[in-house]
Design a protein around this ligand. Structure first.
Ligand code: ADP
Length: 582
């Protein structure tokens, strides 16, 4: 059972009242009885004094019996007492009894009197007062006087005092109990108020303020302190909540994925980037174990390490993505116990692809450069040897050296262009330029190649002669010339290549069409890759596989894209569109 404040406080008040009153009760009543007894005794003593004077004795004996009778009658009637007179041999010589019934107390009194001692018995509760006195003559006990009375008034007085005291005692106890109850009820109410307040605060409502009581006591101070505590707690929690929100905002805005796992291995937190990398909404991950996600096996190893208190870093592939995982442990400073683990996931795919492309680029570029360099080395060695003596051979070798050097120069130029496009340093110089002029220039550049390849080169302009397009002229010439050069290269002798332009909605379509070898459908996606070359005739053509990848970057920098349509053995068409000048 719960011992409430009300019960123990009330009991305490009652106990205090009881403890205060008990000594009072037990001292006052006996003292009153003592005084009453003393009063009665002194009266009885006086009566005996009188009697012993009127009962004559001589030589150790009671004399003059008749006179005693008269005095006894007078005395018992006047004082309303019973009287016994015994001689020295305890023989009753006179008695007047009709008021009291002393019983064996009378015998005790006589027995005392015979030994020359007085006796007095006062019973306040029954009102019986019995006293005996020896009558002494010539140093001997001559007889014994005994008087007995039923003192009703003393019995009534003592009873009434006792009753009054009892009433006072009980009333005081009831009042003390009531006061105790009222006080304890007041305290209980205050405490209940505090208890409810504390409960409200525990539920997170810090706006609660308790009413301070009227009495400026410790309880009022406690309520005031409680209110201060509530307001301070509210402020502290608001700050905490703000900080929590701020941390969550940062976590959610992080470019890295973050997964927090508790010491029990359950996922507690997944930020949006982690959910993206894992390919599942955060809600589907929170509350699960990483072990239950079979598609992310790598994470199991990393989180296990983290929960063991070790750091780990690993890279794994998940659905075309390369993910870098870093696992760390959550620990309180100075505490060895692991509270959980955190995994930071970084989508490494783009960087990985870039690094891979860079590695491929360096390998391909060195490979492309190695061929002309070893050719040059060979020719130089031959020239320095006996071949240098023959002017004809010398000239042939020098010609070959010139071709290789030109080829290297073009290759280096292309690599340089690519590098500049990659670093975004190559910004196109936009202006209005005539379509006719661009195509003319392309024709002028590519004509010798067409002639050498015995391929006819035509122009088909469906646009008006004055049509202008918005572009970087030199770059567009470079791209279109590349198209035409490729077309000539991949068109057997007797074939034809046509440079064309025609309106395409708001834009102008410009391109080159040939009736050459064409490109197999499976190759079309790859021809724009750097260093990609495909030659169906397997003839040695001096291409580095960079032309189309550069062209693609230039056209994309114009906000457009290169399109291809090709049928093997029938020919190919490469084109792009440019914004028409108004
Ligand atoms: P290259 O400098 O070797 O010509 P490109 O990037 O210009 O490299 O071309 C890449 C590949 O695209 C070529 O190896 C070739 O297989 C294909 N190609 C380009 N244009 C044509 C075309 N007009 N006809 C057939 N194949 C072509």
């Amino acid at each position: 059972m719960k011992l409430t404040v009300r019960i123990w406080q009330t009991a305490l008040f009652s106990l205090v009242a009881l403890a205060a009153m008990l000594p009072f009760y037990f001292m006052l009543l006996p003292s009153y009885r003592q005084n009453a007894t003393a009063l009665v005794n002194s009266r009885v003593e006086r009566e005996l004094d009188y009697l012993s004077r009127v009962v004559p004795t001589d030589k150790g004996k009671i004399t003059d019996g008749k006179n005693i009778e008269v005095e006894a009658d007078r005395f018992t009637q006047a004082f309303q007492v019973d009287l016994w007179v015994y001689d020295a041999k305890k023989k009753l010589i006179l008695s007047r009894t009709n008021l009291t019934k002393p019983g064996n107390i009378l015998d005790q009194a006589v027995a005392r009197g015979i030994t020359n001692r007085s006796f007095i018995h006062t019973d306040l509760d029954t009102g019986l007062v019995l006293a005996a006195r020896p009558l002494v003559s010539d140093g001997k006990v001559a007889g014994i006087l005994v008087i007995s009375e039923d003192d009703d008034s003393i019995r009534v007085a003592v009873g009434s005092v006792q009753r009054q005291l009892n009433t006072i005692f009980i009333t005081a106890l009831v009042i003390a109990t009531l006061i105790g109850f009222v006080f304890s009820e007041a305290i209980r109410r205050q405490m209940q108020k505090l208890r409810r307040g504390a409960f409200t605060i525990a539920q997170g409502n810090f706006n609660l303020r308790l009413k301070v009581g009227m009495v400026p006591d410790e309880m009022a101070e406690l309520v005031k302190t409680f209110n201060v505590m509530a307001s301070k707690l509210g402020e502290a929690f608001a700050t905490l909540r703000d900080q929590q929100r701020q941390i969550l905002r940062v976590i959610n805005a992080m470019g890295e994925g973050l997964i927090e796992v508790g010491a029990d291995g359950l996922i507690n937190l997944v930020n949006p980037e982690a959910a993206r990398v894992m390919g599942k909404p955060a809600e589907d991950l929170i509350g699960n174990r990483i072990e239950d996600l079979p598609e992310h096996k790598h994470l199991v190893k990393d989180i296990k390490e983290a929960l063991k208190g070790k750091e780990s870093t690993s890279v794994y592939r998940h659905e075309e993505r390369v993910i870098l995982v870093h696992g760390t442990t959550i620990k309180e400073p100075g505490d060895k116990k692991v509270k959980g683990g955190v995994l930071i996931l970084r989508d490494f795919t783009r960087q990985y692809e870039l690094e891979q492309a860079q590695r491929d680029f360096i390998t391909n570029a060195s490979h492309q450069l190695r061929t002309p360099v070893s050719a040059l080395k060979g020719y130089t060695e031959l020239l320095m040897g006996s071949a240098g003596d023959d002017p004809k051979t010398k000239e042939k070798f020098l010609k070959s050296i010139e071709i290789e050097v030109n080829h290297m120069e073009r290759l280096i130029e292309k690599l340089f262009t690519l590098a500049r496009l990659d670093s975004h340093a190559e910004i196109v110089a936009i202006g209005k330029h005539s379509v006719a002029e661009i195509t003319q220039e392309v024709l002028a550049i590519t004509f010798p190649l067409a002639e050498a390849g015995k391929v006819s080169l035509d122009v088909d302009l469906e646009t008006i002669p004055a049509q202008e397009v918005i572009c970087d002229r030199d770059r567009i010439v470079e791209v279109l010339a590349g198209f035409v050069e490729n077309a000539i290269k991949y068109t057997p002798g007797g074939g034809s290549v046509t440079v064309f332009s025609k309106p395409d909605g708001e834009r102008i379509r410009i391109g080159a069409m040939d009736n050459g070898v064409g490109i197999p459908p499976g190759e079309i996606d790859k021809i724009f890759d750097r260093f990609y070359r495909y030659d169906p005739r397997e003839k040695k053509k001096k291409g580095a596989g960079l032309g189309l990848s550069i062209a693609k970057e230039i056209i994309e920098a114009h906000g457009s894209k290169i399109e291809v349509s090709s049928i093997p053995e029938k020919g190919s068409t490469f084109w792009f569109t440019l914004k028409a000048a108004a």
